[in-house]
Design a protein around this ligand. Structure first.
Ligand code: FDA
Length: 453
């Protein structure tokens, strides 16, 4: 049995856990990071599949993501812009394909008016929403009781305007149907990105990528931590006694520490045995938060054929299987890569059919946007995070109806020496790497403050 003693033990070597470990070490505390998988990075995973480098997990960086940008700069990583020259594609409910430039989809003038009105209204509401405390809004209870879909129905009779506004939060961000989360949860999502308009603007929210892949952030952080990162150590028990904790892993490792940080998706807490058990409020809370579900699809071609047609590779449709798609060609690569996303109920449906049929249907959807060439990639890969034992969904977790006002404020509250950090509980950068880094920094600071007291 491998037994070690540290000031702080961190469970999970994702961006949140590694940031926390790094900050604590800088401040002079000893740390051990226990990671269940055989690799670091969690939802950041850059790999070579059939000769193509793919970003299986998170990849894009937006201008508001200051914590991530600082980390990227500090680690000496380079970034590059997503390809965006040319026209984007929109497909309406009748299956009609239209090319456009700018942010607003090419819809009937009356629908466009509704889209602009709703975006303005949501921007105004978001401006009054603190992403760290959305439950402080005077109308928080009311907004948390109504689904985003029902809220949109109250706002407009225009179905196409509703479908498109819903898409920016539901399919594209929380990756749940718009009836499954509250209007308050939608405001939190938009507030965490600075405004609703930022979510509408793909050139803003999906701005840059890291040369060589975003997993380099956790890989380089882990390199700095050296032997203090322990792989293939799934934590199964957290015992609190006296003024410390004892952590036990499935591989027989035991770590004694003054503090523990659980730095993984909150939906995974119930897989750990706590002695004594977590307080009942936490146990309730964890039953009201769940992961979204999305398939990220990668298709690599011998060249970016869509560019020859004057297309940017950007495409949207709430009515297509792949509700959005982008040019995801790697920096300096002659081949062309498209990335598409199939979300929530569409993803459920696709996992009911064979792998061959799934591929055929997804590529047919990409072909609807970009032409028949899309049906014949050199490399095809589906990121299937729903099947990952140590994540169980994508992109991240959100509350069910009423959950934010009932439990949101308790999500980050420590339980004695047990602290919590993850992108899924961030304010700014919520559900993003930026939020993971912010939560890693915050939890490290909280522990340092407590240790000094
Ligand atoms: P994360 O889940 O990454 O890390 C937790 C770690 O804990 C994991 O390594 C896990 O194995 C480990 N663990 C869990 N249970 C354990 C246990 N019991 N014992 C030990 N270890 C345990 N973001 C963004 O900014 N831009 C983007 O473009 C995207 N796109 C995107 C696409 C896809 C497909 C996904 C899945 C996600 C994104 N994201 C994203 C989201 C982003 O990747 C995510 O929010 C952060 O990487 C989460 O980092 P955390 O460290 O909070 O958790």
């Amino acid at each position: 049995m491998n037994e070690v003693t540290r000031d702080v033990v961190i469970v999970g070597a994702g961006a949140a856990g590694l940031t926390a470990a790094h900050e604590l070490r800088k401040a002079g505390l000893s740390v051990a990071v226990l990671e269940a998988r055989e690799r670091v990075g969690g939802r950041l995973w850059t790999d070579v599949i059939d000769g193509a480098m793919l970003e299986i997990g998170g990849q894009w960086v937006s201008p508001d993501q200051e914590a991530l940008k600082e980390t990227i700069a500090e680690l000496g990583l380079e970034t590059y812009s997503r390809y965006r020259e040319g026209e984007s594609v929109y497909i309406n409910a009748a299956g009609e394909r239209t090319l456009f430039t700018g942010e607003i989809f090419p819809v009937k003038p009356e629908t466009e008016k509704e889209l602009v009105r709703l975006i303005d209204k949501l921007d105004a509401m978001v401006a009054e929403t603190d992403p760290d405390r959305p439950w402080d809004r005077p109308d928080a209870e009311e907004l948390d009781r109504i689904s985003f879909e029902a809220w949109l129905e109250q706002e407009t009779d225009d179905q196409e305007a509703r479908d498109n506004i819903a898409l920016f939060i539901a399919g594209a961000m929380l990756t749940k149907p718009a009836y499954a989360f509250s209007a308050l949860q939608a405001l939190l999502m938009a507030a965490s990105a600075g405004s609703f308009s930022h979510l509408v603007d793909a050139d803003y929210i999906l701005d840059e990528r890291v040369v060589g892949g975003l997993q380099q952030v956790p890989l380089l952080l882990a390199e700095r931590l050296g032997d203090d990162v322990f792989l293939e150590q799934p934590v199964t028990e957290v015992k609190t006694a006296g003024d410390g904790v004892t952590i036990v892993t499935d591989n027989g490792m035991v770590v004694r520490a003054r503090y523990v940080i659980l730095a993984h998706a909150p939906i995974l807490y119930p897989w750990i045995e706590f002695d004594p058990p977590l307080p009942r409020l936490k146990q309730q809370l964890h039953q009201h938060i769940s992961m979204g579900f999305v398939i990220k699809v990668h298709a690599v071609y011998d060249r970016p054929f869509w560019r020859d047609k004057g297309l940017s590779g950007t495409a949207f449709s709430p009515y297509e299987l792949s509700h959005e798609a982008y040019d995801n060609t790697n920096h300096g690569d002659e081949r062309g890569t498209l990335v598409g996303f199939v979300s929530d109920r569409n993803a459920d449906d696709l996992f009911r059919v064979s792998a061959e049929e799934r591929k055929e249907r997804i590529l047919a959807s990409l072909a609807n946007y970009f032409g028949p060439e899309a049906k014949d990639p050199l490399v095809y890969y589906e990121s299937d995070w729903g099947a990952e034992e140590w994540t169980r969904g994508a992109y991240a977790a959100s509350f069910d109806l009423g959950g934010l006002t009932r439990y949101g404020a308790d999500l980050r509250t420590p339980v004695g020496p047990i602290h919590f950090a993850c992108s899924d509980m961030a304010g700014a950068g919520y559900q993003h790497v930026d939020g993971a880094i912010r939560m890693g920094r915050l939890v490290a600071q909280n522990i340092l403050d407590e240790a000094r007291r």
